[in-house]
Design a protein around this ligand. Sequence first.
Ligand code: GTP
Length: 364
Amino acid sequence: MKALILAGGFATRLRPLSCTRPKQLFPIVNKPLLDWVIENLERNGVKEIVVAVNYMADALRNYYEKKQTKATIIFSLENRPLGTAGPIKNAEPNLKGKEPFFVINGDILSNMNLRKMKNAHDRIPGPATIALRRVDDASRFGVVDLDEEKYIRRFVEKPKGENRNRLINAGAYILSQEIFDLIPEENRKISIEREIFPILAKEGKLRGYITEGLWMDIGTHPDYLQANFALLKMPGKKNSIGRNVKISPNAKIVEPVAIGDEVVVNEGAKIGPLTVVGDNSEIDEGCSIERSVLFPRCLIESSTSIKEAIIGEGTVIGRRVKIGEQSVIGDHCEILDDVILNKNVKVCPSKEVGENVLESCHIM
Ligand code: GTP
């Protein structure tokens, strides 16, 4: 079976980190999000994967050119943003045949059982089956009304009233070949959720399949941190320490953490809990880092504290710096000695910050 991964969005809610990389190359516990998505497809027997790309397409293509994968990876390039349905039509030459195929949002971290979903789709063939997910709080999502026969009757955007324990679209679909006739051949953004599925639901042709297990939508910085934390906290998972790591015997590692390859942790530093340190980073004496993710090649100089923050690739944080909750520092920034970034400070890539920032703000 084939699959199409939607991987061309601008990821505006993940700026400033998405200014310099596509969302699908954000590391989740030191491995790009798209690797996790591809591995789940491979586990479910997918042999050929089409990755629909637009924003920062070259970064994705370069990464997978050098990488060995079990499934064959093909890229489908768009010449403008096409939304979530346009890329399916654009990839028609790669997906055309007799078989249904999967379409997966490339920003969902999940281990959903797609084989079972495929069996359900095959039992009563139709144009589309949508993976559904029961969530505690559906207020951020559109909810789905599913009838007893497992047909979706309607979608309700941001429903009023009771939002607990409702079903939402989990961002994974099985589509039959007839879908190509339902997506207009127009070179514009077309949303499968808003323009195609509601029509099928009205006609009683749209089926839902409730999935279980890990499922996280990575749209915002808090979602991104939570996805890392969820993998760190997986039952039975131990601290993961990469190759050629040097940790001083006087450093303290508080579980769960993931430390990448070639990392140096110096004397008196405390790392964790719930912390990911990217490859080739160095943490100097007396630093304290908790509930945070550091991208590769960060240098954190002595006595600095970082709490619930995300630090971009190649960033240098000086001595005695304090970085507070919800702060996000772009790639290749430099935060000078003694600076305090109190809370919710977002710093654009390659900026140097030499003064305290005590209020929430964006430093451009
Ligand atoms: P925001 O700008 O922060 O909303 O993020 P986003 O660009 O990722 O948009 P959204 O979360 O709605 O996208 C859902 C999935 O569809 C993601 O995997 C996107 O990469 C993908 N996507 C969105 N727009 C396009 C597009 O025009 N082309 C392709 N190929 N994929 C898209």
